[in-house]
Write a protein that binds this ligand. Structure first.
Ligand SMILES: [Zn+2]
Length: 357
């Protein structure tokens, strides 16, 4: 079969690899769709996991297959697995915890010190024909959720976890800075839990349009004084804010300055440098700044339930569908160039034919 494997910095190849075999407690998934994520771009540009590094949970060295946001059809089930059948459509929770470290014992498996992801650390990845996954990480999609939408469950779970960390609830007001895949996911999740008003700050016209479609109160910070606008429409500041852009001081400062006293801001983007912050913002007004990392099995289930019962309709996040063989040039490299402002989520499929060059 084929797989897109990362061999080094800006070196991802469409390789011939051996099809994975069923192990105890696993199912084999024929990949239908896999999303390209901002972290795939970062992996491609920086190759932060050395080829000779073996994660303690996965025990594999590189080159590793990319793709951690994927859905597919179950084609084989190990004899000791119950509750999943051949033919089931599933979304795969790709992150794993060792179950024994202090974070795992505390009940925070997403913070496991040995955390590992399919698509980054080993056990294959969604950018391939088949992946063998532990059965408890294969979430059967209820009727009515397509495989395309199933491939969005992972990135929506990142947003869902962040919304829970913020403490937002029915009637909350919120600011989301940056309407990329995670920012738009935050908007969908906030609306799904009953937030009253979600202000979205974004520059790209196509992303602004999508945010409006999802019910966001969209502001272009080049045209409007964002902080003044937030204060004027939200009784002095929002309950919760999110920096989903990771740009730096301009975005994080806007997220913090827009909070009401007692409000909480959540960091859900990766920053590439230090950002100076005024600590008095937190002292005088008891504001809080927290981080949010990945998600748990509970978040995955809650996202699937919210899509199934219609609280979230995330399909418009998908802006392009391309062949697995094209996923470096027309996917990753495209997103690092002009695609950054025109695309939201690109899905890759092994079943699509390569574009003629
Ligand atoms: Zn652990």
């Amino acid at each position: 079969m084929h797989a897109i494997r990362l061999h080094g910095v800006e070196d991802a190849r469409f390789d011939d690899v051996v099809e994975p075999e069923l192990r105890q407690g696993t199912v084999k998934v024929k990949v239908a769709w896999a999303g390209i994520c901002g972290s795939d771009l970062s992996l491609y540009q920086h190759a932060p996991v050395p080829l000779d590094y073996a994660n303690p949970i996965m025990g594999e060295i590189g080159p590793k297959t990319l793709g951690h946001e994927f859905s597919g059809t179950v084609t084989e089930v190990a004899a000791d697995v119950n509750g999943i059948e051949v033919g089931d459509l599933v979304a795969v929770q790709p992150n794993f915890a060792d179950g024994t470290c202090p974070a795992c014992v505390r009940g925070e498996p997403n913070l496991c010190r040995n955390f590992a992801f399919i698509g980054i650390h080993g056990w294959g990845g969604g950018f391939s024909d088949y992946v063998v996954v532990p059965a408890d990480h294969a979430f059967v999609l209820p009727e009515g959720i397509s495989l395309e939408v199933g491939a969005l469950v992972e990135s929506l779970s990142v947003a869902w976890h962040a919304v829970k960390k913020s403490g937002a609830t029915v009637g909350s007001t919120a600011l989301v800075v940056g309407a990329g895949p995670i920012g738009l996911g935050l908007l969908l999740c906030l609306k799904a839990i009953g937030a009253e008003q979600v202000i979205v700050s974004e520059l790209s016209s196509s992303r602004k349009e999508l945010a409006r479609t999802f019910g966001g109160d969209v502001v272009d910070p080049r045209e409007v004084d964002l902080e003044a606008y937030v204060r004027s429409v939200s009784a002095g500041g929002v309950d919760v804010s999110f920096d989903a852009s990771g740009v730096g001081k301009p975005t994080l400062q806007a997220a913090l300055n827009s909070l009401r006293p007692g409000g909480t801001s959540v960091i859900v983007a990766e920053f590439h440098g230090e950002v100076p912050i005024d600590p008095n913002l937190f002292l005088l007004g008891e504001r809080a700044l927290v981080g949010s990392f990945a998600y748990t099995a509970e978040d995955f289930s809650e996202v699937i339930a919210a899509i199934a019962d219609g609280r979230m309709s995330p399909a418009p996040l998908i802006t392009s569908k391309i062949a697995l063989a094209d996923s470096v040039e027309r996917g990753i490299e495209h997103l690092l160039r002009e695609g950054r402002s025109t695309e939201v989520k690109i899905l890759v499929s092994p079943a699509l034919l390569r574009t003629e060059h």
